[in-house]
Design a protein around this ligand. Structure first.
Ligand code: MG
Ligand code: MG
Length: 237
């Protein structure tokens, strides 16, 4: 899984370097697909329940599952969330980043991106044997809501291993002390999706793209995280 995670990270960093005004989300897709193939890995998303691409690219108020397209040209001031999964010898890695486009990002949007990433790391910091999924969710939620943003509830993180989505579900909200206890050897994907406005989402007519129902900006960060004997280890860093 560390090897799959490494391919995911390399792909995301490659894509981050390509995000600029005038690039299309299909440009990102093509580079990602070539890299995953060159690394000897398989893309985890392409063909998953019929999803057509190796990346999900979700721009501005799009929350998750946006489909790369030649028609989607990135503009100065946009943010784009890029989600990537890869398979190495049957094991999965899954991670996401949100990247500003250009230099002129609205301060509140920049704060949304910063806080979403910080909430992911607060969730990871709660991972250790004996901690509960509620501890993880509460840690994420606390960081997000302290800044006046909303945790999306319709999508959650997940166990991951020989499938991309395994039990348990890993919500980005919850109550400390509640839920399943973590044990060494478990691997979970923690992935806060955070809206600047209300938490509600709706899915567009393409059947995939989830957007903030109120049109507010949305950010997404994700890591695949192993529970170790003493704490946790990020497999997609
Ligand atoms: Mg993902
Ligand atoms: Mg995931």
């Amino acid at each position: 899984m560390r090897r799959a995670g490494r391919v995911v990270r390399e792909t995301l960093e490659l894509v981050r370097g390509l995000v600029k005004p005038g690039a299309t989300t299909l440009d990102l897709e093509k580079a990602a697909e070539a890299h995953i193939k060159a690394a000897g890995a398989k893309p985890a998303f392409k063909g998953y329940h019929g999803f057509p691409c190796v990346l999900c690219t979700s721009v501005n108020s799009e929350v998750v599952h946006g489909i790369p397209s030649q028609k989607r040209v990135l503009k100065e001031g946009d943010i784009v969330s890029v989600d990537c999964g890869a398979i190495v010898e049957g094991f999965f890695g899954d991670a996401a980043i949100t990247v500003p486009v250009g230099q002129k990002i609205d301060p509140d949007t920049a704060r949304l991106v910063r806080v979403t990433e910080a909430s992911l790391h607060a969730g990871i910091a709660a991972v250790r044997p004996g901690a509960t999924l509620g501890d993880v969710g509460a840690a994420v939620q606390g960081v997000v809501e302290a800044e006046g943003f909303s945790v999306v509830r319709d999508f959650v993180g997940h166990g991951i291993g020989v499938h991309m989505h395994e039990d348990p579900q890993v919500p980005n909200f919850g109550e400390a002390g509640r839920g399943m206890k973590l044990k060494a050897g478990m691997v979970i994907a923690i992935e806060p999706m955070v809206n600047a406005g209300k938490p509600d989402v709706m899915v567009l007519e393409d059947g995939w793209t989830a957007v903030a129902a109120d049109g507010s900006m949305s950010a997404h960060f994700e890591h695949t995280v192993a529970v170790t004997a003493t704490g946790s280890r990020i497999l997609t860093d």
